[in-house]
Design a binder for this molecule. Sequence first.
Ligand SMILES: NC(=O)C1=CN([C@@H]2O[C@H](COP(=O)(O)OP(=O)(O)OC[C@H]3O[C@@H](n4cnc5c(N)ncnc54)[C@H](OP(=O)(O)O)[C@@H]3O)[C@@H](O)[C@H]2O)C=CC1
Ligand SMILES: O=C(CO)COP(=O)(O)O
Length: 332
Amino acid sequence: MTTQPSGPIGIAGAGAWGTALANAAATAGNDVVLWMRSPEQAKALAQTRTNARFLPGVPLHGRIRVTAALGDLASSRAVLLVTPAQTTREMTAALSSVLPPGTPLVLCAKGIERKSKAFLCDVVEGVRPGSPVAVLSGPSFADDVARGLPTAVTLACGDAALAEELATALSGPTFRVYHGQDLRGVEIGGAAKNVLAIACGAVAGKGLGESAKAALIARGFAELLRFARAYGGKAETLMGLSGLGDLVLTCSSAHSRNFAFGQRLGQGMSVAEAAGGKLVEGAATASALVALARAKHVDMPIAEAVDRILSGAWTLDEAVDALMNRPIKSEH
Ligand SMILES: NC(=O)C1=CN([C@@H]2O[C@H](COP(=O)(O)OP(=O)(O)OC[C@H]3O[C@@H](n4cnc5c(N)ncnc54)[C@H](OP(=O)(O)O)[C@@H]3O)[C@@H](O)[C@H]2O)C=CC1
Ligand SMILES: O=C(CO)COP(=O)(O)O
């Protein structure tokens, strides 16, 4: 599958990550069309050239054209879908009405569809059967990417040549995109690490210490690996950027919304207070992740604990007790 190298890179969603990716793609030498749903906000962004709401202080690259008309994405060589995970189905359907069937869709959200428990690639394939789909994921705070700090991510697509072509097109001097074919592994890494980051944040917020946090990262990674293997992801993918890399980043920084949400839960806030109106993908995905794990008898006690805390079934103290008092077992 070959894309139209002359077309712009389309970006659907102008939140923090969509705006940062737009800047990265433009810096890499592409014309970029950045779509957002609000015509008023698109007008303001086009005029001020700064996304004051989601990425304050970062000027928009000159090669980015802002629009609120989805049809303006029609001539894109590829479209990066950068709206929240739970909007993937509706956004894919909307994009399908304006994009030629051969236009690759690159999923940049991290999550699992809560209602159907479907992986996002499967959602896209269901809505756009036969059209190329890719996933871009890895340790990358929008702010870091937008400010041109060195960042590495990975892009997976079943079509190896297309994966390489897209990775090359998006890579720039400070944004390095690796490529591969393990779509499932890459998307699981991004979706599951957010749930585990909530647990790490809760440990930090409750003041349980650095040792507990490190243990949680290591045992969380074991859960992630088990889950990925059960669903056809490759272990080597999970040991890379979208897996270990993103787990470490998200579990060690209050800059992460998932970690910060967990931290506030640990400090005693309610689930609604702790979210503070921000997008917390791990909270939206936890129940689906746990249901999928149970369906394949994958042991994920940390993810289970997060899900139970979020549903109100357990307090944080009960979760810690349950995790520490599981039967002693072999580490592997
Ligand atoms: N921020 C980061 O550092 C990174 C984020 N990601 C992932 O990228 C995804 C997006 O995150 P991020 O950009 O940070 O989120 P933000 O909260 O910053 O932005 C979300 C964007 O999505 C738009 N949006 C929300 N709902 C809809 C909808 N139903 N239809 C169309 N547009 C919608 C919002 O528009 P409106 O303002 O109109 O509500 C907003 O522009 C998440 O899955 C996240 O995990 C991945 C890597 C890094
Ligand atoms: O995915 C991210 C970094 O790789 C961003 O994480 P948060 O959504 O927790 O802020």
